[in-house]
Each structure stands twice: as structure tokens, then as C-alpha cells.
Design a protein around this ligand. Structure first.
Ligand SMILES: NC(=O)c1ccc[n+]([C@@H]2O[C@H](COP(=O)([O-])OP(=O)(O)OC[C@H]3O[C@@H](n4cnc5c(N)ncnc54)[C@H](OP(=O)(O)O)[C@@H]3O)[C@@H](O)[C@H]2O)c1
Length: 323
């Protein structure tokens, strides 16, 4: 890892912006330079807590010549606009998941990155954790026999707040976009190819988004996956990966902290991967390494586009507006 530090600007002062800013000082390659908010007071509170400059509005972060990279951590429906603006301002962009409102927007964002010559990566932070690499290597080792079934679940229950963009179809909210996107991403990673057929059913919220949903994915090679996701459903955070000879169970894979178990017959072993840096520090380091040309991005654009394509197809299948 280089001693060079990437100087970050953050757009938005919400929940995940705070987690990223909290972890950033424990990264090797990143420092917080400025944070923009719709209100100066919120930016000031954020900068008091995490450091860096406070900016009224997002534009001033983009036009700060000292900022190298921008973290777009706004509601889903704003990712496209603010990624394009940041790229146009010559900044590298780490854009939160789900990358865009739909596949077409995602393609436009990568085309803009090509034009600008800047790096653009989707912020699936769990993919920067070595546990995920260990999980994929274990599946590829053949220990499960022939891969057959994946069951991946990500639900949570939180009081519904009117200002929460997750409940607004105009912000591309909904369970599939908010948390189902992780399960889609993991299933595609584990199998290593794109699904050739997908279906979903959803319970719609009056806001027009899917409050909870169940999805089926079929992959070439006769692998099937089920996904459940929800925003008002008591937490289920288990993923099971099963083959003809063994199975893996992993809890809350998106945190990468509990390891996973591999069971064959009567024998179960637990695989843990120690990592001293917190999750968002690892992500910031992976991004800096890609900017400084030391490693390829930990998520390729083909991967991000593939995820968006599946999310579009699942929402269409479930009758959820694409936004
Ligand atoms: N990687 C992860 O671990 C993870 C986890 C959860 C969510 N996410 C993603 O991160 C993004 C932000 O999620 P979050 O949970 O941090 O959301 P949040 O707490 O609601 O924060 C979003 C921020 O966006 C700004 N904003 C601008 N216009 C807004 C509007 N019309 N409605 C609401 N907020 C608006 C606000 O900041 P200002 O008022 O300061 O401008 C707000 O604080 C989403 O895309 C989400 O999918 C990622």
C-alpha cells in the first residue's frame, strides 16, 4: 500500500456517510477532506464529529480542487445525477449500492467515467473483505461437490420513517434495491456466471416500492438460488450454499465478521478470516489502490452492470416500478 493518501469528499451526512467517515482514519490510504450537506448545520455537525471541512450543498465539494475522490452516499435515486456531476468535475467516484436506478443509468455512468478518465466503482463494501475471497475460494475448491442451491436472505425490521428514501419509489427505494441487491450480488459471485432466468414476487408498500420480496434465480449449470429481502421483516441474515456433497452457512455475509461453516457429512469446520481494519476502511483502501494503479477495482464494471440487469429484471417481474 502506498503512503500517498487519497483525499475524500463525501456527499450527504446520513447513516452510512457517518460509518465511512468513522472508519476512514483507520484506513491506510484515505483522509476526509470535505463533506457536503443540503444544510450547512448538518455538514458542520458532521465535520465536528469526523473532521474535514463542512460545505453547504454538494457542488462545493465537487469544485474543491483539493478533493481527489467523492463518495456518493445519497438516496439511490440521486446516484446517477451526482456521480455524473462528480465525474464531470474530474473526481474519482465511489458510488453506493445499488449503483443506479436502473441498468440504463448505470451504463451512462460508466460511459461518463470513460470520458472523464476517472475511476468509478460501486460501494459494495463487503466485497473488499478477505472473508468473501475465502468463501469464493472454498466453493471453487470443490468441497461442496457440484454446486446446486443457494438460499440468501437479508431482511430487517425498522420503524418506517416518512423521510426514509427507502420507501419512496421516486428515489428507487424498496427491499430489492436496498438489501436484495446484496443477495443478488453474492449469488452471482458464488456461481461465477450470470443467471439465465429470474423471477420475483413482492408485497408492495403504498409508496410504490417493494416492502418485502422473494426471488428465484436460475444459473447455467443447473444452479438455483432463492433470495428473500424485506424492510419490515424481523432480521434473517443467513445464506446457505449447498452442493451434492457439502454445504456452507454464513451469517450476515455483508459484515464479514463471523466467518462461515463448511459441513460435509458429520464434520463441520468454521472458517474465520482475521482483519484488523474495519469494513469501510478496507473499502477506502481498495478504492485508493485502484486509483493509484496498485490493484484493479475490487468490483468490475461488468459485475456492477450484471447486478443492475438482474435487479431490473426482478423488479419488472414483481411489478415494481424501475424508477
Ligand atoms: N454500504 C453500506 O453498508 C450501506 C448500508 C446502508 C445503505 N447504503 C446505501 O447508502 C446510501 C445512503 O443510505 P443511508 O442509509 O446512509 O441513508 P440516509 O441515512 O437516509 O442518508 C442519506 C443522506 O442523503 C442526503 N439526502 C439528499 N436528499 C435526500 C432526500 N430527498 N431524502 C433523504 N436524504 C437525502 C441527506 O444528507 P444531507 O441532508 O446531509 O444532504 C441524507 O442524510 C443509499 O444508496 C443506500 O442504499 C449502503
Amino acid at each position: 500500500m502506498t503512503k500517498q493518501k487519497l483525499r475524500w469528499g463525501i456527499l450527504g451526512t446520513g447513516m452510512i456517510a457517518g460509518k465511512f467517515a468513522f472508519d476512514l482514519p483507520r484506513s491506510q490510504g484515505g483522509v476526509l477532506l470535505a463533506t457536503g450537506s443540503r444544510t450547512l448545520a448538518s455538514a458542520q455537525r458532521f465535520s465536528f464529529q469526523y473532521g474535514g471541512k463542512a460545505c453547504a450543498g454538494y457542488e462545493s465539494v465537487l469544485h474543491d480542487p483539493a478533493v481527489d475522490a467523492v463518495y456518493v452516499v445519497l438516496p439511490n435515486g440521486m446516484h446517477h445525477e451526482w456521480t455524473l456531476r462528480a465525474l464531470d468535475a474530474g473526481k474519482h467516484v465511489l458510488c453506493e449500492k445499488p449503483f443506479a436506478a436502473n441498468f440504463r443509468q448505470a451504463e451512462e455512468m460508466f460511459a461518463a467515467a470513460d470520458l472523464s478518465g476517472c475511476l468509478l466503482v460501486e460501494a459494495f463494501m463487503y466485497r473488499a473483505h478477505p472473508l468473501l475471497h475465502s468463501l469464493i475460494a472454498t466453493v471453487r475448491s470443490g468441497i461442496l461437490g457440484e454446486l446446486r442451491l443457494i438460499r440468501s436472505n437479508f431482511t430487517f425490521a425498522r420503524p418506517e420513517l416518512n423521510h426514509d428514501a427507502r420507501y419512496h419509489s421516486g428515489q428507487s427505494g424498496g427491499a430489492l434495491m436496498d438489501v436484495g441487491c446484496y443477495c443478488v450480488n453474492l449469488c452471482r459471485q458464488v456461481v461465477g456466471v450470470e443467471p439465465d432466468a429470474v423471477q420475483a414476487m413482492a408485497h408492495l408498500h403504498p409508496g410504490g416500492v417493494d416492502e418485502y420480496a422473494a426471488a428465484l434465480l436460475r444459473f447455467p449449470g443447473d444452479v438455483l438460488a432463492t433470495i428473500t429481502c424485506g424492510m419490515t421483516v424481523v432480521s434473517d441474515d443467513m445464506t446457505h450454499i449447498a452442493g451434492t456433497e457439502g454445504r456452507i452457512a454464513i451469517r450476515a455475509f455483508w459484515f464479514g465478521r463471523d466467518g462461515f461453516t463448511v459441513t460435509r457429512g458429520d464434520h463441520t469446520q468454521t472458517i474465520q478470516v482475521e482483519e484488523t481494519r474495519p469494513l469501510y476502511a478496507m473499502e477506502a483502501d481498495a478504492f485508493a489502490a485502484a486509483v493509484f494503479g496498485q490493484a484493479p477495482p475490487w468490483i468490475s464494471r461488468e459485475d456492477t452492470l450484471g447486478n443492475m440487469l438482474v435487479l431490473d429484471a426482478l423488479r419488472q417481474s414483481a411489478g415494481v416500478p424501475l424508477g
